[in-house]
Design a protein around this ligand. Structure first.
Ligand code: MRU
Length: 350
C-alpha cells in the first residue's frame, strides 16, 4: 500500500478534549470546534458538524470518553455515562455505525478497572484507528475492480470527512487515482446539504484529484453519454439481505446504472453491516427539517407556502448493487446467502 499523508484531520482527540472540523462551514471556512461533554457532542452529530456513518460512530465513542471524564467523580458515574450513551445513540437514527461504536464503548465500560477515562480513550482510539486501516484495505479491493481509463461518479461525501480518515468510496477513488487508473472523477452536488459540491470537491482538491461536479439530475444523462463506467458510493447501513441504505438519491443512481450498464459499487466497512436487520425496509430513515429543502445556504428559495418532504436516506435493493466492497474482501452481486456466508467465514464458531 502506498504512503498517504492526510491533509486534514476532521476528528481529533487533543489535550483539550475532542476537536471537530465544522463541516457545515466548508468549503468557505475551516473552523475547528472543541467539545468537553457528551451532550454537546450529541448536538454536534444531530446538527451535522460531523456527518457520515463511520465518522459519527467515532465521534460518539470519543463522546463517551468525555462523559466518563465529566462524571468520573460521582458515585453514580456509570449510570450517568449510560444516560449519555443513550443520548448519543439517538442523535441520528439511520447509520448503524453510531450504535455499533457505542456498543463497543459500552462493552469496554463494563470491563473498565482502575482508570476508566484512559481505558475508554484507548477503545475510542482503537475504533478510530481500525476505521482508517479498514478504509485503506477497502481502497485496494475496490480499485482492483476498476479498469484503467475508467471514469467514476460518486455521491454525497464518503471520504476522510465522513470516516476516521481516507474514506470508503473516496478511499477507492483515491487508491484508483493513485494507481493511474482513473480518467475522470465526477461528483453529484447532493442536495439538500450539498455534501458533494461542498465536501467531496473540497477534500479531493486538497489531494490534487480533479473533480467535475454535476447537478444531481444530470446523472442519467452522464451515463447515457457513456461518460462513466462506475458509480461508487458509501453506505449508512447494509441490511442482512444486502439492501443498502445511503444518502437520498443513491437509489435513483442505482436504477439508472442498471439501465445504462454502469457498474454500481458500494464501499462499506464491516461496522456498517447490520446482520440483525433482515432487509432495508426495516431501517428507520431519518427525516430532516423541510427548511433544508425550501432553502439553500440559509436563504429561502422555494415559493412561500410550499411544503417539503426531506428524507435523508433511501434504500437501494441489493439486486441493484454489483459489488459490495469491505475491508475483508468483495462480494459480487450481494444477497442474503452470500452475506451470511461471508460474515460466518469471518467469525468461525460464532
Ligand atoms: O447525511 P450524511 O452526510 O451523514 O450522509 C452521509 C452518507 O450518506 C454517506 O454516504 C455514508 O454515511 C457513508 S460515509 C463513509
Amino acid at each position: 500500500m502506498t504512503e498517504y499523508t492526510p491533509t486534514f484531520y476532521a476528528i481529533e482527540w487533543t489535550a483539550a478534549g475532542l476537536r471537530l472540523l465544522d463541516q457545515r462551514r466548508l468549503p468557505g471556512e475551516e473552523v475547528y470546534l472543541e467539545f468537553g461533554d457528551a451532550v454537546a457532542v450529541a448536538v454536534a452529530i444531530r446538527d451535522m458538524v460531523v456527518r457520515g456513518a463511520p465518522a459519527i460512530g467515532i465521534t460518539a465513542a470519543y463522546g463517551v470518553v468525555l462523559s466518563a471524564q465529566q462524571h468520573g467523580s460521582h458515585a453514580d458515574w456509570r449510570s450517568r455515562v449510560d444516560q449519555d450513551i443513550r443520548l448519543l445513540a439517538a442523535a441520528r437514527p439511520t447509520a448503524v455505525n453510531l450504535v455499533w461504536a457505542l456498543e463497543r464503548m459500552r462493552a469496554r465500560l463494563a470491563r473498565v478497572t482502575a482508570e476508566p477515562v484512559r481505558e475508554l480513550l484507548d477503545e475510542a482510539e482503537q475504533i478510530h484507528g481500525e476505521d482508517v486501516s479498514a478504509n485503506r484495505r477497502m481502497g485496494v479491493h475496490g480499485a482492483n475492480l476498476i479498469g484503467k481509463g475508467s471514469s467514476v461518479l460518486t455521491y454525497c461525501n464518503a471520504g476522510s470527512l465522513a470516516t476516521g480518515g481516507y474514506g470508503t468510496a473516496l478511499g477507492v477513488i483515491r487508491t484508483a487515482w493513485g494507481a493511474g487508473k482513473l480518467e475522470k472523477v465526477f461528483a453529484c452536488e447532493t442536495r439538500p446539504w450539498l455534501q458533494g459540491a461542498r465536501l467531496t470537491a473540497w477534500e479531493l482538491l486538497r489531494d490534487d484529484i480533479p473533480v467535475t461536479l454535476i447537478t444531481d439530475n444530470s446523472a442519467a444523462f452522464l451515463m447515457q453519454g457513456k461518460q462513466v463506467q462506475w458509480v461508487i458510493t458509501g453506505a449508512d447501513r447494509v441490511a442482512a439481505n444486502g439492501d443498502v441504505i445511503n444518502k437520498i438519491g443513491t437509489y435513483q443512481l442505482a436504477v439508472a446504472c442498471r439501465y445504462h450498464g454502469v457498474k454500481m459499487m458500494v464501499a462499506a466497512p464491516l461496522s456498517t453491516l447490520d446482520m440483525a436487520t433482515p432487509c432495508g425496509q426495516q431501517v428507520t430513515i431519518e427525516e430532516r427539517p423541510e427548511t433544508e429543502v425550501l432553502g439553500l445556504a440559509g436563504q429561502a428559495v422555494a415559493a412561500a407556502g410550499a411544503v417539503a418532504w426531506n428524507p435523508a436516506f433511501d434504500i437501494t435493493p441489493a439486486a441493484l448493487v454489483d459489488y459490495l466492497v469491505t475491508e475483508e474482501g468483495v462480494i459480487a452481486a450481494p444477497d442474503r446467502e452470500k452475506l451470511a456466508a461471508f460474515t460466518a467465514a469471518l467469525n468461525p464458531g460464532s
